[in-house]
Design a protein around this ligand. Sequence first.
Ligand SMILES: Cc1cc2nc3c(=O)[nH]c(=O)nc-3n(C[C@H](O)[C@H](O)[C@H](O)COP(=O)(O)OP(=O)(O)OC[C@H]3O[C@@H](n4cnc5c(N)ncnc54)[C@H](O)[C@@H]3O)c2cc1C
Ligand SMILES: *[C@@H]1O[C@H](CO)[C@@H](O)[C@H](O)[C@H]1NC(C)=O
Ligand SMILES: *[C@@H]1O[C@H](CO)[C@@H](O)[C@H](O)[C@H]1NC(C)=O
Ligand SMILES: *[C@@H]1O[C@H](CO)[C@@H](O)[C@H](O)[C@H]1NC(C)=O
Ligand SMILES: *[C@@H]1O[C@H](CO)[C@@H](O)[C@H](O)[C@H]1NC(C)=O
Ligand SMILES: *[C@@H]1O[C@H](CO)[C@@H](O)[C@H](O)[C@H]1NC(C)=O
Ligand SMILES: *[C@@H]1O[C@H](CO)[C@@H](O)[C@H](O)[C@H]1NC(C)=O
Length: 689
Amino acid sequence: MWSFSKTTATILTLASTFYLVLAKPLEDLYARNIVSGSSEIQSSYDFIIVGGGLAGLVLASRLSEDSNHTVLVLEAGETGDANIAQINTPADTYYASLVGSEYDYAYQTAQQSGCSNRNIAWPRGKVLGGSSAINGMYLVRPNQVEINAIHSIASNDDNEFWTWDSFYAAMKKSETFGAPSDAIAAEAGIQYNAASHGSSGPIHWSYPGETFSIIGNWTPSLSTLGIPANADSAGGDNSGAYIATSSINPSNWTRSYSRSGYIDSLPPRSNLDILTSATVTNIVWSSSSSSSNLTATGVQWASSATAAKQTVNANKEVILAGGTIGSAQVLQLSGVGPSKYLQAAGVDVKLDLPGVGQRLQDHLSASLVYSTSAETAGDMHADGVNTPEFLSFINSATAYVNLTTLLGSSAASSLISSAQSAVDSSASSMLPLGDTTVAAGYKQIYNTIANQFYQGNSGQIELLMAITGAGSLLIQAAIQHPLSAGELYITSNSAFDSPFLNPNYLVHAADLTIMREGLKLARKVSQAAPLSTYLTGEITPGSSVSTDADWETWLKGAVGTEYHPTGSCAMLPQDMGGVVGPDLIVHGTSNVRVADASVYPFELSSHLGAPTYGLAEQASTIIRDYWNGVSVNPNGTSSTTTSSTSSPSTSGSSSSSNESKSSGALPVSEVHMVFTAMACLVGSLIALV
Ligand SMILES: Cc1cc2nc3c(=O)[nH]c(=O)nc-3n(C[C@H](O)[C@H](O)[C@H](O)COP(=O)(O)OP(=O)(O)OC[C@H]3O[C@@H](n4cnc5c(N)ncnc54)[C@H](O)[C@@H]3O)c2cc1C
Ligand SMILES: *[C@@H]1O[C@H](CO)[C@@H](O)[C@H](O)[C@H]1NC(C)=O
Ligand SMILES: *[C@@H]1O[C@H](CO)[C@@H](O)[C@H](O)[C@H]1NC(C)=O
Ligand SMILES: *[C@@H]1O[C@H](CO)[C@@H](O)[C@H](O)[C@H]1NC(C)=O
Ligand SMILES: *[C@@H]1O[C@H](CO)[C@@H](O)[C@H](O)[C@H]1NC(C)=O
Ligand SMILES: *[C@@H]1O[C@H](CO)[C@@H](O)[C@H](O)[C@H]1NC(C)=O
Ligand SMILES: *[C@@H]1O[C@H](CO)[C@@H](O)[C@H](O)[C@H]1NC(C)=O
C-alpha cells in the first residue's frame, strides 16, 4: 500500500538514492509506469482509464494500490517530458505558457450570440496530467452549500460520498498543505487555518516563494466594500476575500499536479501501465449487451487519425476521465448519447441517453487593466529575475461575492424574481434538443441557483487580481453560477475532430447583469483604499465605459473562458437527463463510469481543480470498495448500497430520482453474503488473468 507516511517517504528517499548510486538516470524512476507503443501493453486489464489528466492519474494511482487489480491508462497526449521545465515552473504559466502548444487541444466554441458572435478559445490540456499540467494553479474549494446541493439533487440524499463532510475529507486526502513563511504571509496578508487543510496527500497546496506588497492591499481594500476577509476559506465557507493557495511544491518551488503528485512519486508497480499518444476512439460493447444494459468489453484507440485502431480489453470496467469534452465525446462516439446527434454524425446508436453533452456550462471572465506605481511580478520578470523563488510566483488574490453584496438587496430581489419567472422559457431557448428529461434536470438546477445560491452566501462573482504584467495590474470578475447552459455534440465519427461546443455564454439575462455588475465592482475595488493609492489610471476599458449599456457592449466583446467547463456527463437521475448515478456508472450501462470534471451537474463557486482531485479520490474509493466487496454506503440501508454491492449494472436504473430509498434494499446480513460471493468470483477471475 502506498501512502505518504514518514516511513514511506524515508523508504522512497532511500530507494531514489539507491538508484542514483547505481547511476541509473532519475528519469527512469519517474517514467517507471509510463510506456509508449502498443507492444508494451497487455491485451487486457481489469480497469481501463480513458484519459491521464487530473482525475485519470488520481484513479490510476489509487486503483493500482490494490495489487490484485491491473490498471491501464490511455492518454491522448504525450508525456510532457520534452517540455518538463515549462510544466514544472509555476511562473511559466504566464511567461512561457503551454496554452497554445502541442499540449493544448486549443478548442474553439461555436459562435456565441451573447458575446458579439465570437468563437471563444477553449484550451484543454493534452499531456499527462491533462489540464493540471498547463493550468493557472489556483487551489480553492467550493462552498459546502454547493456540494450538499449536488448530494441532494444527484443522489436523492442517498449516497454518503457526495455530502460536504465526505467530499471535504476526500479533498483533504489529496492534499499536503505547506504554510507560507512568516515574511511572505505578512507581506501578502495571507491567512489560513491549517486544520482545514490536508497534511499527507499527494498534491502540494502552498504559496509562492516570492510576493509583492501590492498583494497585501487586497483584503483591506475589499473590506471597505463590505467584502470581509476570510481567514478559513478552505473549510466549507469560501465567501469573502483572501489570498488563495496554489499547487506549488514548496520543497523545490515546482508545480504540483496529478502526474508529479500521484504517479512520479510511486514505487514500482507492475500492475499499472500508462500509455501516451493513445487516443481512445470508442468503447467496445459486448455483443450480448441489451440496449438498456450495455456492457463494455474494452476500448479501441489509435495514435493518430490515420493510424490503425487497436483494441484492449477491460475485465472489469472502463472509466472515462477524458474531461468535460473528452468523456462526453467518447460516450457519443460509442453510440451513447442523444440519438438525433449520433445519427447525424454517422454513429450507430447503442443507447439513447439524451443527457450526454447537454447542459454544458462554463465560468466566464473579463479583466480591467490598471497602470500601477507598485512593483509587480511583471516588472521583476522584465528585469530578468529568475530565482526559483521568483519563478514560483502565482497570482492568488481572490474573493467570492454573494448576490446581495454585488447588487444591493433591492436589485438582488428583482433579479431573483425575474429569473424565477423565466425558468420554462430558458429551458426551451437554451436546450434545442427539446428532450423533456434534460429540461427537467435543467429546471431543477436552475431552481437551485435562483432559490438557494442567489439567496444565500454563495459566490456569484469571483474577483481576482493579477500582477504578472509589467507596470500594470488586472482586476478580473468571473460569473460563478450561470443560468445559461448549452450543449456539446460530435459532428463526425472521428475522435480526432473537435465536437461542436456551445456553452451559450450570457444568453440568460441574469448572467449578463451579474457579469456587468461584477465588472463594475472590479472598478470599485480599484477605487478603494489602500489599493487605489498605487493605481495610476484605468487602461481597459477606460472612462469611456460608464453607463450600464456601455459596460454590456464592452463586456460582450471582452469576456473569455475561465477554463471551467462542466456538466456534460452530469451526475443526475436518468429522468432528469442525467448521465451518471451517484456511483458514477453511466445510466444504462453495467460497467462504464465517468470520473472527472464533467460530472458536476452545475458550476461550483471554485476553480475546478481542487474539487476534481476530491471527486477522483471519491471515485477511487467507490470503485475499490465495490470490487473488494466493501459496502459503498457504510450505512447499508439504501438502494445505492444494494445496486453497488450486487452488481454495478443495476445502479443505472436504481439511480432514477423516484426510486424508493428502501425498495429492494437487502438486509445487512444478506448484503454480506453478496460480498462474500463477489469476493470468490473476483478471486477466481484473478487466477485466470
Ligand atoms: C488554461 C487552464 C487554466 C486553468 N486554471 C485553473 C486553475 O488555476 N485552478 C483550477 O483549479 N483549475 C484550473 N483549470 C481547470 C482544471 O485544470 C480542470 O478543471 C481540471 O484539470 C479538469 O480535470 P479533468 O480530469 O476533468 O480533465 P483534464 O485534466 O483536462 O484531463 C483530461 C485528459 O483526458 C485526455 N483525453 C481526452 N480525451 C481522450 C481520449 N479520447 N483518449 C485518451 N485521452 C483523452 C486529455 O488529453 C487529458 O489529458 C484550468 C484549465 C485550463 C485549461
Ligand atoms: C484486493 O486487495 C485489497 C487491498 O490491497 C483488499 O482489500 C481486497 O480484499 C483484495 N481483494 C481480493 C478479492 O483479494
Ligand atoms: C520536487 O520535489 C519533489 C519531492 O517533494 C520531487 O518528487 C520532485 O521530483 C521534485 N521536482 C523536481 C522537478 O525536481
Ligand atoms: C453576503 O455577504 C455579506 C458579506 O459577507 C454578508 O454580510 C451577508 O450576510 C451575505 N448574504 C447572505 C444572504 O448570506
Ligand atoms: C450514515 O451513518 C452516519 C454515521 O452514523 C450518519 O452520520 C449518516 O447521516 C448516515 N447516512 C445516511 C444516508 O443514513
Ligand atoms: C447487465 O449486464 C451484466 C453483464 O452482462 C449482468 O451481470 C447484469 O446482471 C445485467 N443487469 C441487468 C439489470 O440486467
Ligand atoms: C417517476 O415519477 C414520475 C412522476 O411521479 C413518473 O411519471 C415516472 O414514471 C416515475 N419514474 C420511474 C422510473 O418510476
